[in-house]
Design a protein around this ligand. Structure first.
Ligand SMILES: *[C@@H]1O[C@H](CO)[C@@H](O)[C@H](O)[C@H]1NC(C)=O
Ligand SMILES: *[C@@H]1O[C@H](CO)[C@@H](O)[C@H](O)[C@H]1NC(C)=O
Ligand SMILES: *[C@@H]1O[C@H](CO)[C@@H](O)[C@H](O)[C@H]1NC(C)=O
Ligand SMILES: *[C@@H]1O[C@H](CO)[C@@H](O)[C@H](O)[C@H]1NC(C)=O
Ligand SMILES: *[C@@H]1O[C@H](CO)[C@@H](O)[C@H](O)[C@H]1NC(C)=O
Ligand SMILES: *[C@@H]1O[C@H](CO)[C@@H](O)[C@H](O)[C@H]1NC(C)=O
Ligand SMILES: *[C@@H]1O[C@H](CO)[C@@H](O)[C@H](O)[C@H]1NC(C)=O
Length: 802
């Protein structure tokens, strides 16, 4: 079987991925029927305490908007479905039963759903599988971080993927879901073992993971045999609009990771003994942070070229704080001064430590940067715009200094980061369950008082507050004081409803983290905040805390509309309704205020819905939900890792009067309905000068299309953007302005999307855009047009320094 031979750019309805099509339909998979669940499954409670609090805690998660919340099980233990985990028994069917039980959103028959979430738990053990494990929508596969379960492929393994999170149909090769609509899923704390599979049997991926926003692979290892003839790949991603992975380890195999997606952030990747450490299939842009190759043939291979068009398939990569030891070339590229497309194949390397590496960078005609034992401070290739003009370059460059406030305190010069806590060192007695405290979490009862009291008490008792899965309706602000540690089960949600948020000129927070002047640590993870019905005065998250190290907001997403229970779905907010007060749903999504410092956000999707995730009948019908501001940053010393901010009327990101920001990968989308009305019109949310809202009347004077800015950096100092994508796919729902097939001169969905005003040391790496004419506007002057920076469908500038 020949794989990975072809790349194609395409636009499917609602999906905007340059995508890979390696599949010959119908030939790849045997369709293993899943045996029916035994009738007494729900009595089979094989779950045993194993010292991991998330398993040990009483199971009270409820899928609030499921058709049958009383019977639906959010938590499933594979052993309750008959898996043995003894390394001998074939556990494939039992695991697949644990995943599929209970009328869930199944591959091919259901496009997406928020009402049938599941955590599938693997107690420590070795689970032998003879065929692929097939994920359903909104699923987390979870192991015990103290003793990770091993999924072991048998010697006669019968598929090309072991964990297949988005299967292709055996019949016609069609994918289970549109990859750009795969949200809300995780795999954590598992090991996949391919060592029993003969090396000449092709394994395309131990884990197959096309994914988009609000997803996570965390603390995952793939074991493969160390053999140069190996046909095995650890992790395979071919499509999607991601995404986030962290703490990934592969051993042996042909490729550690083989990976392509619009944009992604990966941190802490260790690849041992692979022929090719990381094969980059394609990208618009990417941030790799902390990648370490050990004894690999090649580190990164980003050389993919389309056989016909001869164009580079990788738009850009930014690689920082990484290393290689005893490895061939750290990075292989096919970029040259004359390679096509002119904006493709761009690279930034910063702080890369090499030991016993034959070359740092190799190109089509030999070594571009020597290896040995050395540290690469800053090296790149591609298109650059700096105060001294623009050029196409390959070589070292003067990177802006890293602000010391953003660095790891241990003095290694790397950027500070902190993984999402899983609290594996805590016992179940260290947690308070919100349901034990009496909260209903059924999407109907008003849980405001119970939730607030539980937070206050958990802090007083130095405990961690656990939000059992559910939708906790609140009618007033929920305040997180310093010391709050809050963790959700499978994206438990806080839902704001009611008149508190009725006034669009008087914003009120839904979740308020600290009060101005307060100092301390807050940790918050794996939750959602959403709204119900019109809440034009809602500020979904307000962050005021002077944060101490250890603070963070990980895998917390805001989802404004587009899901069951929000009353902001297809019936209420059809795209035909242009002036619909019932669909005004937030004044501001996230506000990190002047009072805050040290805020740390990681893997967050701040989303105003563009489609209805629970419209299984009409398949993700578009909706028009109207919100004002995306993420307003007014605080110093802030990290924004792996965020997306989408579909807000005034801007997506605005950094105003700040100092010391790390942001990457950041990603935005302009509202699909703009410019009807445009950003000047202020139909929904009038301009507020106190908040430094852009004055579009002057900014847009003479422009063809005046849409919300994707990123505005105003009066700010030491801003470091480590890759970003600012996308504008539509003009009033018409996609032809961003279509790759459109004639030259198109890509004009909007005129300007990035505005930098009065900068002091602002540097952006790997900045990609879609559908925008002017790529960069500095103090009102346009500096770079899309057409000479055309990359892989997107347009990219590798280095901007102003
Ligand atoms: C390669 O380029 C050709 C010519 O532009 C294009 O038609 C084709 O779709 C590309 N192939 C893939 C698989 O992307
Ligand atoms: C990935 O993209 C290719 C090309 O469009 C498509 O054939 C394939 O079905 C997609 N797979 C997934 C999982 O989205
Ligand atoms: C591009 O680069 C790769 C890896 O460095 C190399 O194997 C390949 O032959 C090159 N492809 C072309 C078409 O030059
Ligand atoms: C403008 O923003 C300030 C600060 O949030 C707020 O107090 C005020 O109510 C807002 N005014 C209007 C008219 O939106
Ligand atoms: C599906 O679309 C039809 C026709 O536009 C509409 O009448 C119906 O209400 C829609 N159903 C849902 C669940 O949105
Ligand atoms: C929705 O998707 C399903 C599964 O792909 C398909 O069978 C059905 O025809 C689609 N319905 C509509 C209205 O497009
Ligand atoms: C591409 O971007 C560079 C800045 O990196 C700019 O100088 C150049 O003018 C752009 N190309 C065109 C055609 O505008």
């Amino acid at each position: 079987m020949r794989l990975l031979s072809a790349l194609s750019c395409l636009l499917a309805a609602g999906a905007h991925a340059a995508v890979l099509n390696p599949w010959q339909s119908g030939k790849i998979f045997r369709n293993t029927p899943i045996a029916p669940a035994s009738s007494n499954l729900h009595e089979l409670e094989a779950r045993q305490a194993d010292g991991y609090w998330l398993n040990d805690i009483k199971k009270q998660g409820i899928a609030a908007f499921n058709d049958n919340p009383a019977a639906y099980k959010v938590w499933r233990d594979v052993k309750a479905y008959g898996a043995k985990g003894d390394g001998v028994t074939d556990d494939t069917d039992a695991i697949n039963r644990a995943i599929s039980d209970g009328n869930r959103c199944a591959p091919w028959v259901c496009q997406s759903s928020t009402t049938s979430p599941a955590i599938v738990y693997f107690p420590a053990g070795t689970y032998l599988v003879k065929d692929r494990i097939r994920m359903y929508y909104m699923t987390t596969l979870l192991g015990n971080p103290k003793s990770r379960a091993v999924i072991k492929a048998s010697s006669d393994f019968n598929s090309v993927f072991v964990i297949d999170s988005a299967p292709y149909s055996d019949q016609n090769g069609s994918p289970a879901w549109i990859s750009t609509n795969i949200f809300l899923r995780q795999i954590r704390n598992l090991v996949v073992d391919l060592q029993a599979v003969p090396v000449n049997k092709e394994i395309v991926g131990g884990i197959h993971w096309p994914a988009s926003q609000a997803t996570n692979l965390q603390n995952v290892k793939v074991l493969m045999t160390k053999n140069p003839a190996s046909q095995h790949t650890g992790i395979f991603v071919e499509n999607g609009s991601g995404g986030w992975m962290v703490d990934i380890e592969t051993h042996g195999g042909n490729k550690g990771l083989s990976i392509g997606n619009q944009q992604f952030t990966l941190r802490n990747v260790d690849v041992y003994d692979a022929n090719i450490g990381i094969y980059q299939l394609w990208s618009w842009g990417w941030l790799w942070q902390g990648v370490h190759f050990h004894d690999c043939g090649t580190g990164f291979d980003i050389g993919a070229i389309n056989d016909t068009s001869r164009e580079q398939q990788v738009g850009s990569v930014v690689i920082i704080d990484s290393s290689a030891e005893r490895t061939g070339s750290f990075l292989r590229t096919n970029w040259t001064q004359t390679s096509k497309a002119i904006g493709a194949g761009q690279v930034i390397l910063e702080n890369i430590e090499l030991k016993g590496v034959s070359a740092a960078v190799t190109g089509p005609d030999g070594t571009k940067l020597g290896g040995g034992d050395t540290t690469i401070t800053a090296w790149g290739q591609g298109n650059q715009y700096t105060s001294s003009g623009s050029q196409r370059w390959q070589g070292t460059f003067d990177a802006a200094q890293r602000p010391k406030e953003l660095l790891d305190p241990n003095g290694n010069g790397k950027f500070y980061s902190k993984q999402k806590p899983q609290y594996e060192g805590n016992a179940v007695g260290d947690f308070i369950s919100i349901r034990d405290r009496g909260a209903k979490g059924d999407g109907k009862a008003d849980d405001t008082t119970i939730v607030q009291n539980a937070i206050t008490d958990s802090v007083a008792q130095n405990k961690i507050l656990f939000f059992d899965h559910g939708v906790y309706k609140v009618t007033n602000t929920i305040y997180f004081p310093p010391g709050a540690r809050i963790v959700g089960e499978m994206f438990a949600a806080i839902m704001a409803s009611g008149s508190t948020w009725a006034d669009k000129n008087n914003p009120v927070p839904v979740v308020k983290i600290g009060k101005p002047g307060e100092k301390g640590i807050v940790q918050w993870s794996d939750m959602l905040v959403q709204t119900q019905g019109p809440t034009p005065g809602a500020k979904i998250i307000e962050y005021n805390l002077e944060s101490q190290a250890g603070s963070g907001v990980w895998d917390v997403h805001t989802r404004i509309g587009g899901s069951k229970g929000t009353d902001l779905q297809t019936p209420q907010c059809p795209i035909s309704a242009k002036t619909n007060d019932k669909c005004l749903a937030a004044h501001t999504n996230v506000h990190i205020t002047k009072s805050a410092t040290g805020a740390y956000f990681e893997n967050n999707w701040f989303w105003t819905a563009d489609h209805d995730m629970d419209d299984a009948i009409n398949n993700s019908t578009r909706v028009s939900v109207f919100t004002g501001r995306g993420l307003l940053l007014e605080a110093n010393n802030v990290w924004l890792y792996g965020n997306g901010v989408e579909h807000h009327a005034i801007y997506q990101y605005q950094f105003a009067n700040v100092k010391n920001v790390f942001a990457g990968y950041i990603q935005t989308e302009t509202p699909y309905w703009q410019p009807n009305p445009d950003a000047k019109t202020q139909t929904y949310y009038p301009r507020n000068a106190t908040l430094n809202d852009p004055d579009y009347n002057s900014f847009c004077a003479g422009l063809e299309v005046c849409d919300a800015l994707g990123l505005r950096i105003l009066n700010s100092e030491n801003v470091r953007i480590y890759a970003g994508g600012l996308y504008s796919f539509f003009r009033d729902y018409d996609v032809s302005c961003s279509s790759p097939d459109a004639p030259q001169g198109n890509r004009n969905c909007q005129t300007r999307i990035l505005s930098i005003e009065n900068p002091k040391s602002v540097q952006l790496y790997g900045l990609s855009e879609v559908g925008v004419v002017e790529m960069l506007t500095v103090n009102g002057v346009d500096k770079a047009r899309w057409s000479d920076n055309l990359s892989v469908y997107s347009n990219t500038i590798g280095l901007i320094s102003v």
